[in-house]
Design a protein around this ligand. Structure first.
Ligand code: ZN
Ligand code: FE
Ligand code: FE
Ligand code: ZN
Length: 278
């Protein structure tokens, strides 16, 4: 009944390379349900990228412990049975200063298909967490963006991640910068990503938030395209119903800014694949 996996995407939508499991304590649904949702959405593949363990204790409320990591493998690996959609194993390795020694030593030894790099904290402030939304009232928004991008730059420089996830996350609740300010601030970060040979994710979860825009913005995406920074697609699904969320719209956005390909990963090796046409 299941169609065989295709090379490329064929008529299917690109793979969803950003999904979570219940091990992160803020997602629900069995991985098999996520995969079924990927099949229903017409995706070629789905990668689980749950929040990486951080034995330092960083943000322990939102991730599996290191002791639970084997449980993560036990959740995902049984689904790697060759049936379509293909199931890949990844992690969202949130970067925070101080987490580098563990990530450096541990990440490269794991049997992963891809690793997302992301930033969720500025010092002790989870700036994308609705529980700390009030904090936005007492900060200099431009200063927050500046600090955020310096953390993303540090994450890029580690050379431990394949793809930068939700690149302009601080806009989540609507705290945007003017286009000219954003352009000036973001260009050196994009140059760094290009230099590191990393990809950017089009994260469709922004369409489910106040900002009502995917990450990154069309402006940033076109600056990324000018630099030939490759792209992947991610829904950041924390429930099965979010898998592949608005992927057709995301593909259209990618085409509009000039992309004709996206990346596929296997064992952390990227290969190019043409974007599907409408
Ligand atoms: Zn999460
Ligand atoms: Fe994230
Ligand atoms: Fe995520
Ligand atoms: Zn995320």
């Amino acid at each position: 009944m299941n169609p065989k996996p295709t090379s490329g995407y064929g008529l299917r939508l690109p793979a969803d390379y950003h999904t979570h499991t219940a091990l992160c304590k803020h997602a629900t649904g069995a991985p098999a349900e996520f995969r079924q949702a990927a099949a229903t959405a017409g995706l070629a593949a789905i990668c689980f990228t749950d929040h990486c363990p951080e034995p330092s204790g960083y943000d322990a409320r939102h991730r599996m412990s290191l002791a639970q990591y084997p449980d993560y493998l036990d959740l995902v690996q049984p689904l790697q049975d060759g049936e379509a959609p293909v199931v890949l194993l990844g992690l969202e390795a949130d970067f925070f200063p101080g987490t580098e020694p563990f990530l450096r030593e541990w990440l490269p030894r794991q049997p992963l298909d891809l690793v997302l790099g992301s930033v969720h904290y500025i010092r002790d402030w989870g700036f994308d967490n609705p529980d700390y939304l009030k904090m936005w009232e007492s900060v200099d928004v431009k200063g927050v963006w500046r600090e955020y991008f310096s953390l993303v730059s540090a994450a890029v420089d580690l050379r431990l991640f394949d793809i930068i996830a939700h690149f302009d996350l601080p806009k989540k609740f609507g705290h945007r910068l003017r286009d000219n300010v954003m352009t000036e601030m973001v260009q050196p970060v994009l140059d760094r990503i290009a230099g590191a040979g990393m990809a950017l994710e089009i994260n469709t979860s922004g369409w489910r938030r106040d900002v009502a825009e995917a990450y990154p913005s069309p402006l940033i995406l076109s600056l990324a395209c000018e630099r030939n920074i490759p792209i992947t697609f991610g829904s950041d699904a924390h429930v099965p119903g979010e898998v592949g969320h608005e992927f057709a719209k995301a593909v259209r956005l990618a085409r509009e800014v000039g992309y004709s390909e996206s990346l596929q990963y296997r064992k952390r090796q990227p290969s190019r694949s043409p974007l599907p046409r409408d």
